[in-house]
Ligand binder design. Structure first.
Ligand code: KIV
Ligand code: ZN
Length: 497
């Protein structure tokens, strides 16, 4: 009989820690429901004590999701655990994930403590969490750099205290794959009572080895993997869920998961779109080019028999290569079908709005792509904004000092300004600043074309600093100056005061 591997999805906790990727509760519920469809076993829904937003999201996700276990993160601190237990009260299956740093550098510099005291605190936290829930996971933060002998003592003590799962995070992404595998093997062989709990991998990608380390962990006995969609996460990210799922499928390892791999593409697109985190074109499994054969030799081989150069059937990850090409002549039904394939559910009323915008775009472009449609589906994020772009005219060119004239609609009232700049975007932003008289600094500004044509939709991501906080803004338009102004205004609309 094959071994079962549990998929612990931390897209909404470790993944969501990425600056600029924060989701509101409604968006988190949307992702959580998609993860349920994908078949994950555990959803880490947040770190409830960290903010009221996280607390509330854990509550709402617990109500919205039925099958997966809902997990909440805590430090090894009683008030964190109380808060997590409260947030999990509606979960049908619940888990508290508590833990503490175990490497010498964490013990010395973070906690100014000793190895013995850390074991006591770890055991106390697990016992405390057990008062609320049966399913308690313990994490030994920075286990990747923790000496194996001491780590084994920690793991043994927390299992004795009742931990059902023990997480061995390579927090800094330092381990070589064989070292990480040996660490899991060491624990499997040296921890008394290891069979009473599941060992879990949690690998970060700082050196690009997260997937390899996770796989080594599994091959050496770990039976839970902590992963995120598209590998998103702090710094270089976490282990990519889609990579682990497809490695297990392609290599026919005798290890099974509950993942419905045909939902991978839609889940990836949803996470990328809601978190405004573009997927690199050559990203394994879910990148735009992952199945695109461009060299003549490869195309010839694939046309003769796909097996020559394709180790994965694109249909297995939910990419339908016979997808309908959407043009100005496509109807509502085709658009609705495409949105469903992309994992976006819309009401009839919203579909109508998106369809009107789709027709405008289709008039400008020969073909409307999946990315365009996702942008349109998210475009009405500006509908609830109190500040909206009403009018924009820019004059620029060679030998001309760029000038922009702008009208903003602020809560129904029109405000006008004109300004110069050293480029058209600069001029337009200066005009916005003339109306919104606040001390704002543009920290980051990226423009991306969705495809490659000059008729393309440009997506703009911005970070604007105001009053000590950084706010994220997004805009999409066939006119990149307009997209930039929309992104700037989007950021301003999220200012807290
Ligand atoms: O990377 C890490 O160590 C973590 C823990 C909090 C589980 O994310
Ligand atoms: Zn982590």
């Amino acid at each position: 009989m094959s071994d079962r591997l549990y998929i612990f999805d931390t897209t909404l906790r470790d993944g969501e820690q990425v600056p600029g990727c924060q989701l509101n509760t409604v968006e988190k519920i949307q992702v959580a429901k998609q993860l349920e469809q994908l078949g994950v076993d555990v959803i880490e829904a947040g770190f409830p004590i960290s903010s009221p937003g996280d607390f509330n999201s854990v509550i709402e996700i617990s109500k919205a999701v039925t099958w997966p276990t809902i997990c909440a993160l805590t430090r090894a601190v009683e008030k964190d655990i109380d808060c997590a237990a409260e947030a999990l009260k509606y979960a049908k299956h619940k888990r508290i994930h508590t833990g503490i740093g175990t490497s010498d550098s964490h013990i010395k510099y973070k906690f100014n403590s000793t190895r013995e005291e850390i074991i006591e605190r770890a055991v106390a936290a697990v016992k405390y969490a057990k008062r609320y829930v049966e399913d308690v996971e313990f994490y030994a933060e920075d286990a990747g750099r923790t000496d194996n002998e001491y780590l084994a003592r920690v793991v043994e003590a927390v299992i004795k205290a009742g931990a059902t799962v023990v997480n061995i995070p390579d927090t800094t992404g330092y381990c070589l794959p064989h070292e990480y595998g040996e660490k899991i093997k060491y624990l499997m062989e040296h921890v008394d009572g290891v069979d009473k709990a599941i060992l879990s991998t949690h690998c970060h990608n700082d050196l690009g080895m997260a997937t390899a380390c996770t796989l080594e962990g599994v091959l050496n006995g770990a039976r839970q993997v902590e992963v995120t969609i598209n590998g998103i996460g702090e710094r270089a990210g976490n282990t990519a869920e889609e990579e682990i799922a497809m490695i297990l499928k392609c290599h026919h390892l005798d290890i099974t998961t509950n993942i419905n791999t045909q939902k991978i593409a839609a889940t990836s697109r949803m996470v990328s779109s809601l978190m405004n985190m573009p997927v690199q074109a050559n990203k394994a499994i879910v990148g735009r080019n992952a199945f695109a054969h461009s060299s003549g030799i490869h195309q010839d081989g694939v046309l003769k028999n796909a097996e020559t150069y394709e180790i994965i059937n694109p249909k297995d990850v939910g990419i339908d290569d016979n997808s309908i090409i959407l043009t100005a002549r496509s109807g509502h039904a085709a658009l609705k079908h495409r949105l469903e394939v992309l994992g976006v559910e819309v009401s009839d009323e919203k579909l109508n709005d998106i369809y009107q915008q789709f027709l405008l775009l289709a008039d400008k472009k020969k073909e409307v792509t999946d990315d365009d449609i996702l942008v349109l589906a998210g475009a009405e994020r500006s509908a609830s904004h109190s500040i909206k772009l009403d009018y924009l005219q820019v004059t620029s060119g060679h030998g001309v000092r760029p000038v922009a004239a702008i009208i903003l609609d602020i809560a129904g009232e029109k405000f006008r300004a004109a300004a110069e700049g050293n480029g058209p975007v600069d001029a337009a932003i200066n005009a916005v600043k003339d109306i919104i008289k606040r001390k704002m600094t543009l920290k980051e500004f990226t423009i991306q074309a969705i495809n490659k044509g000059s008729d393309d939709v440009g997506k703009v991501h911005m970070q604007v600093e105001y009053d000590g906080s950084v706010y994220y803004g997004f805009g999409a338009n066939t006119d990149i100056v307009a997209a930039s102004v929309e992104a700037y205004i989007d950021a301003i609309n999220s200012f807290k005061h």
